[in-house]
Write a protein of this length. Structure first.
Length: 207
């Protein structure tokens, strides 16, 4: 039976036209995107941009972004949560912003079991500190800090946020955009090796 309340989302391109009663207007989806998304430094848009940058590095942008998923990206079954911050914001400032990142455990769609639902966190920091030259599209201005979720669970289970200095004490892996995929691939490889070794040991115990 067809569900009239389920909407199938189709990935948009940019040249879709606005219309009214089958009459096309002279503005398109790209005009909305430009109007809505030009401020790349505000928290909401920068966060989404960081997700796109990481997805692009991993080669997983064929689909589209899901707004309210339990984690931000999935790469070869690795569930990734992404958080972003910047020293410089789009609003008026008289000092750099403190880097405070969310690590809050969440409940699932049915409001069950409060926990962190990813395998790793990637903290994307727009580290450039010159307001005259900051540009989130220049990927050399970003730093990425990667840490396994189980480390956060072990050290900071109930904590909702973490300062950058506190994060650094947990020894996250720091990398640039050009090394992002290599670094995550290495984490994935080590995780798979651990699982294979664990399964081998358990099978051996049955004999």
């Amino acid at each position: 039976m067809e569900n009239n309340f389920s909407v199938k989302t189709i990935k948009k391109i940019w040249n879709e036209i606005f219309s009214f009663n089958k009459n096309n207007f002279d503005f398109q989806l790209l005009d909305f995107w430009s109007w809505n998304g030009s401020d790349l430094l505000n928290n909401t848009m920068r966060w989404k941009l960081a997700e796109f940058i990481i997805a692009k590095a991993l080669g997983i942008t064929n689909s589209y972004r899901i707004e309210w998923d339990e984690y931000d990206l999935v790469y070869n079954d690795l569930k990734i949560e992404i958080k972003s911050w910047s020293y410089i914001q789009s609003w008026e400032q008289n000092k750099y912003s403190n880097i405070i990142l969310s690590i809050k455990p969440t409940k699932d769609y049915n409001w069950n079991e409060l926990k962190r639902r990813s395998d790793i966190y990637v903290f994307a920091i727009l580290s450039h500190k010159d307001a005259k030259t900051i540009n989130p599209l220049k990927l050399e201005q970003w730093d990425f800090y990667i840490i396994k979720t189980n480390i956060l669970n072990k050290k900071l289970w109930n904590q909702k946020t973490i300062w950058l200095n506190s994060l650094l004490k947990l020894n996250p892996i720091k990398c640039s955009f050009e090394n992002l995929k290599i670094t995550i691939d290495e984490i994935l490889k080590k995780s798979e090796n651990f699982i294979d070794k664990y399964n081998f040991i358990n099978k051996s115990k049955n004999y």
